[in-house]
Design a binder for this molecule. Structure first.
Ligand SMILES: NC(=O)N[C@@H](CC(=O)O)C(=O)O
Length: 445
């Protein structure tokens, strides 16, 4: 066992320049969970900047049976963070074999059109009650009239008896008018507007070239109409390193935008970095939130190169370093209401992924729920899964939570190698792997 001042193996090093920055929320009192008796195994104290308003999130969180309690204290202008590591002295309760949770929604989904739509829609409709449907079709969905047509196409493609509800979005361009926003709101079927910086990702060539120069009147109207702005948060400047594009976007676009229009509701989509976590948490709850994908919770950038180039792990924003993955896991499993499920499931034909210039997008709809459960289970916070999958999203959008339930059983199942459709095949995330949590297809009222 570790000596005083030294933390147990595999836990964060409090003497490093990257200490825990924040009380892990699971260790706070008042969440209704009874604490098990704990034995203190190590304590360490580090200095911190006394002027920080928002401490960065912890980069690493100890795994059970270890738990960390963080205590902040200030004396003169010196702030210290004491971290006490404790281990449970009683055996942990047996892990649950079955979870019944309120039916989740997917707050970031690409459904495409035609035969691809018909092939992928049943996978989302099986597990999710609703989904925010992304508008990056060819040509993109830029008007309410087109969103209504696309919605009808989706409803026609649903399996018989499905109650899945597509929540439509508009694709923001330099020419979107405030009048279009009023129409969208009035339609009752458009729930958000998506900002793609021009050239940032798949079918984004018609996106915004200059948000502050061209889109302010539209954004002001969105704030008035309480229409959220969904953001693909990457700059497109070719001089900015691919791995830094989210961080630079936050500095150059997002932070100034929040300052200029504090009333605008913003969802930072598919966050990938510690910088995004820190930014979201520096903003007001209920005004700025983030969706998180299964790939950014489970994979780091090594997954792109393991044993050779792995095109099916390529998406945008691209996977990042392990410290970023850990910061996102820690944020999401903390129970914060600012994060919710958004798969960014993005089907592409196998031939368009496995070629000399493969396109970005990971198809995760059939496996996403199993993978999110795995993340929360590994963090020892399965009790917080349901809020992430089923409560935080509708609460942010001001929509009712689903009333039906879905059951996740601890039962091994193999991910198919591919899903065939009339013109080709789609390779799912974790193709051919065995996953542990099996969502039931059966709705339980
Ligand atoms: N995530 C991706 O890599 N691709 C998405 C677009 C997007 O959300 O960036 C797609 O439509 O294929």
């Amino acid at each position: 066992m570790s000596s005083p001042g030294q933390l147990p193996p595999g836990t964060p090093n409090a003497n490093s320049s990257l200490p825990f920055g924040h009380t892990p929320r699971s260790s706070r009192e008042g969440n209704g969970i009874k604490r098990r008796p704990m034995q203190i195994v190590a304590t360490s104290t580090v200095s911190a900047n006394p002027h920080v308003k928002h401490l960065p999130r912890p980069f690493l969180r100890p795994s059970p049976p270890y738990r960390a309690r963080v205590h902040l204290s200030s004396f003169w202008n010196k702030t210290s963070i004491s971290i006490t590591m404790a281990a449970s002295t009683s055996p942990p309760p047996p892990p649950p074999q079955e979870l019944a949770i309120t039916r989740p929604d997917d707050w970031h989904l690409h459904l495409r059109e035609g035969d691809v739509l018909a092939a992928v829609l049943p996978h989302s409709a099986m597990h999710f009650g609703r989904a925010i449907v992304m508008p990056n079709l060819k040509p993109p969905v830029t008007t309410t009239a087109r969103a209504l047509e696309y919605r009808e196409e989706i409803l026609r493609a649903l399996p018989p008896g499905s109650s899945f509800m597509p929540l439509m979005t508009l694709y923001l361009t330099d020419n979107t008018s405030p009048k279009e926003i009023k129409l969208a709101k009035k339609s009752g079927v458009v729930f958000a507007v998506k900002l793609y910086p021009a050239g940032a990702t798949t079918n984004s060539q018609d996106g915004v070239t200059d948000i502050f120069g061209k889109c302010l009147p539209v954004l002001e109207e969105m704030a008035r109409q309480e229409m959220p702005l969904l953001v693909h948060g990457e700059v497109t400047d070719q001089h900015v390193d691919t791995f830094d594009r989210e961080k630079v976007f936050i500095e150059k676009i997002l932070a100034p935008l929040v300052q200029k229009l504090p009333q605008l509701k913003i969802v930072m989509e598919h966050i990938t970095t510690m910088d995004a976590v820190n930014f979201v948490e520096s903003c007001k709850e209920g005004h700025v939130a983030a969706t998180v994908t299964p790939q950014h919770l489970l994979l780091n950038r090594n997954a792109l190169f393991r044993g050779g180039l792995q095109p099916h792990n390529y998406c945008l924003p691209v996977l990042k370093r392990e410290i970023h993955r850990q910061a996102i896991v820690s944020a999401v499993t903390s129970g914060s209401k600012q994060y919710f499920l958004g798969t960014d499931s993005a089907p592409h034909d196998k031939r368009r992924k496995e070629c000399s210039c493969g396109c970005a997008g990971i198809y995760s709809a059939p496996v996403a729920l199993s993978l999110y459960a795995k993340v929360f289970e590994q963090a020892g916070t399965l009790d917080k899964l349901e809020a992430f999958t089923s409560f935080n999203g509708p609460d942010f959008y001001g929509l009712p939570r689903n009333t039906s339930k879905i059951v996740l059983r601890k039962s091994a199942w193999k991910v198919p190698d591919t899903y065939s459709y009339s013109s080709g095949e789609i390779v799912p995330m974790f193709t051919g792997n065995t996953l542990e949590w099996l969502p039931s297809d059966q709705l339980e009222e």
